[in-house]
Design a protein around this ligand. Structure first.
Ligand SMILES: NC(=O)c1ccc[n+]([C@@H]2O[C@H](COP(=O)([O-])OP(=O)(O)OC[C@H]3O[C@@H](n4cnc5c(N)ncnc54)[C@H](OP(=O)(O)O)[C@@H]3O)[C@@H](O)[C@H]2O)c1
Length: 247
């Protein structure tokens, strides 16, 4: 089948492209770099012609709820409208464990995405996952001054991005099921510790300044809301195993 991967050159999207190709699917990596901005319907419609399933792995780097909701809601609506017009039978989205319940900061965007899909009569699947092993590194690259990196206090059970990608491809090739079984990593670790360990193995002189993010968004990071529940499936690659490959 032909699978369009939105954000196909991003962290998750490129892993999805690799997993889909390995499973024998034809792929199309779509994003602004490929001339497809999902907030512009006229760019989305022609790009999805001939596609059997869409995996949305797009993202916006913001902690602001309004910005996250505007981007994710508009993009999701445009994708769904184009899929409907073209008769594409399956839309697969990635969400974050605990995000919809938190519904604040970036997570407000994921809550909006899930809400839009729940209102659809069918034809969709959502996989909620925990942070990827690369998450600490992504945050460290985005927030800092000089060699100081501002990392919020946060509990996580990170998962290997290739394991999430393989699951998304498996789901896309099957019938739409609504919510799929949550997917987390095998072990809990704090995000500041993830970043400290990453700096240590990469011999970086960067230092971590840990701080508690205020509000509901920050609280959810500290109180365990983002950890996989008892019904979740756990991936196998540990953070330590992933780190060993970053040296
Ligand atoms: N990172 C994590 O730890 C984690 C954990 C769980 C779930 N997730 C979810 O996984 C998804 C992907 O996250 P990621 O970390 O892989 O993101 P990422 O590396 O930042 O990649 C985001 C992708 O989105 C594309 N994009 C941005 N704006 C776009 C637009 N207007 N139109 C089309 N494409 C656009 C970007 O490409 P262009 O710049 O070329 O447009 C890029 O390829 C997100 O939905 C996120 O919520 C992430």
């Amino acid at each position: 089948m032909k699978i369009a991967v939105i954000g196909g050159m991003g962290l998750l999207g490129s892993a999805v492209i690799t997993a889909a190709a390995a499973a024998g699917h034809e792929t199309a990596a779509l994003s602004r770099r490929a001339g497809v901005d999902i907030t512009v319907f006229e760019q989305v419609l022609p790009a999805l012609e001939g596609v059997d399933a869409v995996i949305d792995a797009s993202s916006i780097a913001t902690a602001k709820a309004k910005q996250a909701v505007m981007f994710i809601a508009r993009g999701t609506r445009n994708l769904l409208a184009a899929e409907r017009e073209l008769g594409i039978r399956h839309h697969v989205a990635i969400s974050i464990i605990g995000a919809a319940k938190t519904n604040a900061g970036y997570y407000a965007g994921k809550a909006a995405q899930e809400k839009i899909l729940r209102r659809e009569p069918g034809g969709w699947t959502v996989l909620r996952a925990t942070q990827f092993h690369e998450f600490g590194k992504q945050i460290a690259e985005r927030y800092g001054v000089g060699n100081l990196r501002f990392i919020p206090t946060m509990r996580s059970q990170p998962v290997a991005v290739h394991e999430v990608a393989e699951e998304l491809v498996r789901l896309a090739a099957a019938e739409p099921i609504g919510y799929a079984q949550d997917l987390g990593g095998p072990e809990e670790i704090t995000v500041p510790d993830m970043v400290r360990q990453y700096f240590s193995v990469t011999y970086s002189s960067n230092r971590v300044l840990e701080f508690p993010l205020p509000g509901r968004f920050g609280r959810s990071m500290r109180d365990g809301s983002l950890l996989p529940g008892p019904g979740a499936r756990l991936g196998t690659q540990t953070y330590r195993e992933w780190l060993a490959m970053q040296r």
